[in-house]
Structure formats: C-alpha cells, structure tokens
Design a protein around this ligand. Structure first.
Ligand code: FEO
Ligand code: CA
Ligand code: CA
Ligand code: CA
Length: 756
C-alpha cells in the first residue's frame, strides 16, 4: 500500500485528536535530574524482586514485596502460560479477521443488533432507528460477568454471562457532522441538524449490557434477556463522592448538582472485585460547543478550567447536536453561559463538569443507580484497573488520561479490603464504600528508574497556591485534576491509554500510544522534550522512502512496581516493557525491544491481563503502520520491572551538540513470549478484551472498520474501505455491506485455553 492510502486515516486521527492536546503547563522534563541516576543494581535492591523470579513461577509465586499469595479473592488460581504455542499471524491489509491456525473467531454482536424484545432485525441500510433498543456503535472496552443457570451472579460460569461493553463514538467523515453509516444518505452536515438525526445518533453512544450463552460450542447473544439494556447519554446517572452537590456541578438538569444526564465517549473499562462494571469517559469535551464570547460572559476561573479541558470559547461541537431543537436534551450540548443565575442552575454552563469520570454500573441489576465516582478524578479516562487484593489493606485503582502530554493517576481507597465484600449483595453500596472516599495521586517519573505518587490534595501548598487557578475546595481539585496535577509537576506522558495489573506480580502496565508532540528540541508550548520515561522522538518511514515528522510514532508500554508491592505506596520503580516499532527500524534508536516481523506493532492502546492464563493482551489503534498492516492484537508473557537493561539514546541537536537520554528497556521478548495473535479488518482498531473464567473463550471488539468515510460516499459501497462483517457472512448486506463494529468470540478448536 502506498502512503496516500493511509492519509484519510491519519487525517481522521488528527480530527479525533483535536481535544487531545491542552496541556500547556511548564512541568519539567527529566533533564534536571539526569545526574541523579542510581545504578541499576541499587534499583533492584529497592524491593521489586529480581529478574530470576520473572516468568518462571506459578501464580502463587513470591514476586512482590516478599509476601506470599495475598490475592485474597478466595479463588484457586489456574496455572499461567509461560510460552505461546500458536503460530504468529502475519501482518495483513486484507478486509478480514485473521487468527492463528487452530482458532476460530465468531462474530456475535454487531452495531444495530436488536437486544430488546420486539426490536426488528438490523437492515444496515441507514433506515434503522431506535438504537436504545440495539447495539450501539464503536464497540470498545468490555467485561464478562458470569451467570448461573438460575440467572444469578456466578463468577465461575464459562457458558453463560453478561457482556458489558462501551460504545465510544460513531464513524463520521473528516470535518463532517453526521454519523455517516446510520443515515440512508449519510446525514446532514450543515447546521441545524435535524432532530430525527440527532435522536438516532445520541443513543449510538453509551454502554450495552447483553446476555451471551454458549450452546453446542457456539456463542450467541440472547435477544430479549431481562438483563439486556442500553445506557446512553440520556440515562439518569447519580454523581457520587466528594463533588456530589458541589457548586461546580449545578445545572438546569440538576439544580442541586447531584445528577448527570448520561455517560459519553466511553472507552476503557474496569471490573470491580465486587462484581460491577466501570466505564471511563474519554473524549467527551468535543461533543459540546461554546459561544465565541463566552469567556467575557463568564469572567471567572471557569474559563481556565474549560481551556485546560479542551473547550476554548468558540469551540464547535463534534456533531452539532445542540441544534436539534429547543428542548433541554439538545440545549445541554451548548455550554455557554446564557442564564441570569449566579450558580448556573438555569443553563448548562457547568455541564462539562458532569463528564470525565469513572462510572460504576451494576450489570446484574438494572434497578440500581448508575454512579459517577468523582473521587477518582475528572479527565479523559481510559481503563480503571485494581491492585492485587490484600485483606485489611486499601485498594488502588490505576488510571490514565489519554491526551498528548497528560498524566498517569491512581486512587487509593480509605476503606481497607474486606474479602466478604467480594460477594456483597448490594454491589453499588460496596462501590460507595471503596470508591467514594480516598486519595487521588498523580505520577512523577524520575530518570533514575524510580518515581513518586503525589497526592492531589487542597492542603498541598503547590495546589492551594497555584497561580493559574484558585481551587475552592477538594472537590474542585478532583473536578480539575489536570490543573492540580499541573500544579505539582506531574510527568507529561505519551498519551496514557489503558492500564492493566499483572495478576501475579501486581505490577501495573500502561500503554502510551504515541505522541506527535514529543521532540528533541520543543519549539512550541504544545511540544515536550524527550525524557527517560518517554525517550523516543524519530521520524516514521514509509514504503518508498518518505519520512514523516518526528515524535514518538509507535508508542510504548511502561510498567510500574509499587514500593514493597503495596497499593498505597507513594514510591515506585519503572521500566518499559515494550517499545512499539517496525521490525526493520534502527535497533539502537527505535526498535529498542528488537521486535521481529512476528511481533512488531505500532500504537498500543487496549491492554488486558488474563487472570486464567496470565497472558498480557495488547491491542493497537494505529495510523502509522497502516500502510503495511491493519490494527492487531498480540499476546505477551511479560517478565517484571528491572529484568532488562539501561539504554542510552543519543540525539543530535540543531547546534550539533549531543543530547543523551538514558531509559530502561525490559527484557527483550523471545520468539515464544510475544506473538501477533490477530489482525483486524481494514480501518479498524482492536479494543476490548474479556474472557470466560476457564480461559477458553476470549471476547474481543473490532471498532470502526471502514471509518474513512464521507457522507457523500455512503451511496457508493465501492468507496467503503471495509465491508466487514457483512463480507464475512454476518447480517444484511453481504459483500457490499456498510461496515459495523462488532464483538468476536475466539476459541481454540481443540477446546484448550486461548494462547496455549
Ligand atoms: Fe478511546 Fe484513548 O482510546
Ligand atoms: Ca481506543
Ligand atoms: Ca487510541
Ligand atoms: Ca511506517
């Protein structure tokens, strides 16, 4: 494929990323602390174990902090896989799903599939509506919740369960307003948007809860199950935790500041130890518009907050939903100050403060309140991953903020873990106990391979006295966590996407997907300098020899070991598990993990550990290597922090002087410890990963196949870059079908565990 084919995807990525670049703080890079480097050996002595314990032990091995198995969830752990037996899948640009020989990937749940009783079969011709009765669009993060034959929660069930998944966004043409594929003619791309189109597009977003069963070896979803439901941007949601009822949260919808209308742009997920679903709200800001003179109309510190969260005055909304009509459900997408009140209770000036949270849903009980957990901070949330459980100790929830130069966070609960809570009957009340009170921390990485968690607390002088924004109270610190993190000098990262906790070691892995603003010599406020934890800046190469502009093109996966293995630790050590790269890239500057053609990848995004097999599943959302391959999923058998080497990268600056950056590269993968497992159809990203507890079915989401579309081209199927899954025989449309996001159920033909 030549470069031109790749351009629409790149342009789309830029469009989608417009709000992913609002960190203008002057936080330092590591340059100031390079000299303070410790020796590698002294880091290893710091309590993170030794390389010899990596990979070799069973799930009960002593790996962290010298304690024995403290995974206090009462279950017997199966043996982890220490090598990958399948044959790696080759890179591909075909419009199909490829899995290894001996595996089957079945399509079980796609955009528009009817889930409620009475909903009609999806026609996929742009005439379907009622998406609150159907699967939403852009399937994203996903979790599996087991069900017994009697329809009760059953964490051991591998044949019946609930798949709960996010529907992040919809496919639209570059610079267009309409969600092209769900309208017969591609939709209206001028303002005002017709109400009927808005009403169709809004419920494409949110969350699905859908029952799935396995019968005669085949998975299928159950239309009409009593568990099935859609949560959308119109579903009532409770605000919970410190910001509930705060002045920042008052809107015309909830004058007491206790409720929010719906959830939006849901990306990564989490599963709580008590059996509920967590969904992260990511690029929500882009759906709202602000008037061109709104700064002066407000005349207060909210202007600083709005700018920091990507809504400068005059910002246009992604879909123009605010023009659907005068009713509140449309008006709420315009966050300009328009009312006469002093507290915002007569307009939607504060509406943006009600988005950007980790949201908790009880998948087993649709009568229970859905809650936004404000104690976990407000930013562009991805996944939320729990620390290893330890009875009598606090829980940590690890989280990332996906925008260029944003931060890594963790929340530590005030409540100590009580193993009896794992099977509590009131799961939302259990969420209240662990997720409404605690401390929020942000990560600061040092060049010596250590790091600090800095608490975001109004009592911190750097926050209380922050010159750019006067925080009113602790709720304000949480709602404006980005500003508080700026104030304490957190480390700007290369777009933190998902994080996942290794089931054995308890170490925390974060994908840093890529960063076009990472430079050797920054030349603007939006750019940032290479540092030890974000050490690469280089040019992409294309078939034919052309080069792009410099940045961290392919991304990397950083990992963290808490001091003493304690969830509440305020110190950690770190290294880089894998650097994404083309296998043919320079091994001294770019392909630092020595990836082979069976292992090379770009832009890691989804990240998930199997509790059954211990495998690390890596999913990509890429625009840099797509001239060679569609996005993919890999399986890894990772070691642990400190199992590799220090590497010094040498850059030549404009004045011909040398800049040396020393980073820490994890042990390079062997041929049988990292392999490409799946390549998706054209123009998709791989995202969402869940598994049955027996490790024998892996559920995976294919998001936005064929997303490079314009409304004008909808009538011309030959212009679609993908026809999947219609071309694979799923649903209406066949070989010329409009593409659909969809869920796969992947099994091994011999009935074994996935990856074995
Ligand atoms: Fe929705 Fe940052 O991935
Ligand atoms: Ca993603
Ligand atoms: Ca992404
Ligand atoms: Ca390339």
């Amino acid at each position: 494929m030549n470069r031109l084919v790749d351009l629409p995807k790149r342009a789309l990525d830029l469009f989608r990323s417009e709000e992913e670049d609002s960190n203008r703080s002057a936080n330092p890079s590591f340059m100031e602390v390079l000299d303070a480097r410790l020796s590698r050996r002294s880091i290893l002595r710091g309590g993170v174990g030794t390389a010899a314990t990596a990979l070799l032990g069973g799930l009960g091995m002593t790996a962290c902090g010298g304690s024995d198995d403290d995974d206090d969830d009462g279950s017997e752990a199966p043996a982890p896989l220490t090598t990958l037996a399948f044959t790696a899948v080759a890179k591909s640009v075909a419009d199909v799903v490829s899995v290894p020989t001996g595996y089957t990937a079945s399509i079980i749940y796609a955009l528009g599939d009817p889930i409620l009783a009475g909903a009609t079969a999806f026609k996929n011709d742009g005439t379907d509506a009622d998406f609150d009765n159907r699967a939403g669009d852009h399937h994203d993060g996903m979790e599996y919740f087991g069900l017994s034959a009697a329809g009760q929660r059953d964490d051991e069930s591998s044949t019946r369960g609930l798949l709960v998944m996010n529907h992040e966004a919809t496919s639209q043409g570059n610079g267009e307003l309409a969600s092209a594929f769900v309208h017969a003619n591609g939709g209206t791309n001028t303002l005002p948007r017709p109400a009927a189109e808005v009403d169709r597009e809004v419920p494409l977003h949110g969350v699905s809860v859908v029952e799935v069963t396995k019968a005669s070896g085949q998975w299928a979803y159950v239309q009409g199950s009593n568990f099935n439901r859609r949560v959308t941007p119109l579903t009532p949601v409770e605000l919970s935790g410190p910001a509930r009822g705060n002045a920042l949260m008052k809107t015309k919808y909830s004058t007491a500041g206790t409720q929010a209308r719906g959830t939006l742009n849901n990306c990564g997920t989490g599963i709580t130890p008590w059996g509920t679903y967590l969904t992260g709200e990511e690029n929500w800001a882009g759906y709202f518009t602000r008037g061109a003179a709104d700064d002066a109309a407000r005349g207060d510190r909210s202007v600083v907050s709005l700018q920091r969260y990507g809504r400068s005055q005059g910002a246009a909304s992604r879909h123009g939903w605010e023009t659907g009509g005068a009713a509140d459900q449309y008006a709420r997408w315009n966050i300009s100050k328009s009312g006469a009140s002093t507290d915002g209770s007569d307009d939607y000036r504060n509406e943006l403060n009600t988005f950007g949270y980790i949201v908790e849903i009880d998948p087993y009980d649709k009568t229970k309140a859905i809650k936004k957990r404000t104690a976990l901070g407000r930013f562009a949330h991805e996944s939320a991953s729990f620390s290893k459980l330890a009875a009598g100790k606090p829980l940590a929830v690890y989280m990332g903020d996906d925008s260029r130069g944003e931060y890594i966070y963790k929340f530590v609960s005030t409540a100590n873990w009580d193993a009896a809570d794992a099977q509590a009957t009131d799961r939302v009340a259990t969420g209240d106990k662990y997720l409404d009170a605690g401390k929020l921390y942000v990560a600061k990485f040092a060049a010596d391979g250590t790091g600090q968690w800095i608490e975001l607390n109004i009592a911190n002088a750097a926050i209380a006295g922050y010159a750019n924004y006067a925080f009113a109270d602790q709720a304000d610190v949480l709602v404006n966590a980005r500003l508080a993190a700026d104030a304490v000098g957190a480390t700007k990262m290369d777009r933190p996407e998902w994080c996942a906790v290794h089931p054995t070691t308890g170490e925390i892995y974060y994908t840093l997907t890529n960063n076009s603003n990472r430079k050797v010599e920054p030349s603007s406020g939006s750019q940032m300098a290479v540092d030890a934890a974000n050490p690469r800046s280089y040019k992409d190469s294309y078939a034919g020899g052309a080069e792009g502009s410099a940045g961290n093109i392919n991304g990397h996966i950083i990992r963290i070991a808490e001091t003493g293995g304690e969830a509440a630790a305020t110190g950690f050590t770190w290294d880089v598990y894998l650097f994404g790269a083309q296998s043919d890239a320079d091994a001294t500057k770019i392909n630092l993990s020595s990836l082979t053609a069976d292992q090379d990848f770009s832009s890691p995004d989804g990240l998930w550990f199997s509790k059954n097999t211990g495998l690390c599943w890596i999913q990509t959302d890429d625009g840099a290597y797509t001239d060679v391959t569609n996005c993919m999923m890999l399986a890894g058998v990772p070691g642990q922090v400190g199992d590799g080497t220090e590497v010094t990268l040498s850059y030549t600056k404009a004045d011909a002087s040398t800049l040396a950056i020393t980073t820490r590269v994890g042990k390079k993968p062997a041929a049988d410890t990292l392999k490409r497992f799946l390549v998706g159809p054209k123009d998709c990203e791989l995202t969402g990963c869940a598994e049955t507890p027996d490790g024998k079915t892996l559920f995976v989401n294919i998001q936005h196949p064929g997303e490079s579309i314009t409304s004008a081209n909808v009538a011309n199927p030959s212009s679609y870059t993908s026809h999947w899954p219609g071309n694979a025989g799923y649903g209406a449309g066949g070989a010329t079908a409009r593409p659909r996001s969809a869920t796969l159920a992947i099994t091994k033909n011999d009935g074994g565990r996935v990856g074995s």
